[in-house]
Design a protein around this ligand. Sequence first.
Ligand SMILES: Nc1nc2c(ncn2[C@@H]2O[C@H](COP(=O)(O)OP(=O)(O)OP(=O)(O)O)[C@@H](O)[C@H]2O)c(=O)[nH]1
Length: 395
Amino acid sequence: MSEQLTLIIVLVAVVAVIGIGAAFFLVRGRKAPKGTYTGPRDANDPAPTLTTDAPSTEASGPVATTETPETGVVDESAGTVLVPTDVPDPVQGRLARLRARLAKSNNALGKGLLALLSQDKIDEDVWDEIEETLLLADLGTEPTLELVDALRERVKIEGSRDPKQVHDMLREELIKLVDPTMDRNFIPTRHADRPNVIMVVGVNGVGKTTTIGKLARVLVAEDKDVILGAADTFRAAAAEQLATWGDRVGVPTVKSDIDGADPASVAFEAVTAGIDQEVDIVMIDTAGRLQNKVGLMDELGKIKRVIEKKATVDEVLLVLDATTGQNGLNQAKVFSEVVNVTGIVLTKLDGTAKGGIVVAIQRQLGVPVKLIGLGEGPDDLAPFDAEAFVDALLD
Ligand SMILES: Nc1nc2c(ncn2[C@@H]2O[C@H](COP(=O)(O)OP(=O)(O)OP(=O)(O)O)[C@@H](O)[C@H]2O)c(=O)[nH]1
């Protein structure tokens, strides 16, 4: 009798443990651990296939004849268990943590201005020097004149200046120029029925692939499910480079196994995989292209149009190398004409004293700088924040 009772108690305990476990997974909502799902996350979804032929007629049906993806794409996410090996740094406070990199190369701007404005007597020569410092930092003519006028006015009104006063005055005026009111949200959210789609564009070697890799880590740290699309089919190693970034944090990459494949086809397949697998975000890498190559710029427009047969492109991030200065402005202008740029990623700010380019670019495009690259390390990408940026220049 007592044996039967013990058996019943054990059975009840086992059922209770299983019940609690099931409830835990239901509350959590995620159908597979992030980064380890291998296909559709709903049991009733169609099984993923390894595609080596052109996308099916159904998938590419709405695509115009001239823009029909014609090359095969291998969906690496199908049948592959990706086990993350890295835990990305948290995103909060990154700019503050990386500020030393920025401050070092931008000393000329922040510290130089502070020194000039702290002089006992600020005559015309000093104002000229202030102007020159700002122009050398690539702030651009109009913002430079605006800032100098504002500072002149305040020096006149406020009279004597102690170091704290000078610091606060400069800080306020710089923050105004960098514009804290712009929408710099860079953590996209999934739409009810489809992923958020981000396209990353820019000229050769500015850091597009590296930025996507770093951004994938940021998104994983924010608990997002991500798929990458290697539509940079021009440079043989680019797709591998992207996939390596993704693998480290358990993010799958859709890429073609054919050298020089149609980038629009790869992008289309990546977005299709993202929809099928119900991910939060699909990020598409594109090949670097010079803004004066008309054919390549047209191709970029085509990639976007082909993606949009499937899902809206929510964000086009233009990656600009901060060390290229004014040339970046020309690039920004042409790219935004072709693909409606919605945000700027300014890379290599660790290697230049030209932090003023942030203001110049925003002014020219009316588009916010959303992220800045501060090194080659995997977590050397920081969300841009006007106040933290100015503090990094001055302190
Ligand atoms: N110092 C520094 N280097 C960076 C940064 N971002 C990228 N890089 C380096 O820039 C180089 C080019 O980066 P990629 O990501 O390959 O550039 P890409 O734009 O994808 O290049 P293409 O595909 O050839 O157009 C690499 O050596 C990166 O490590 C940054 O913020 N700081």
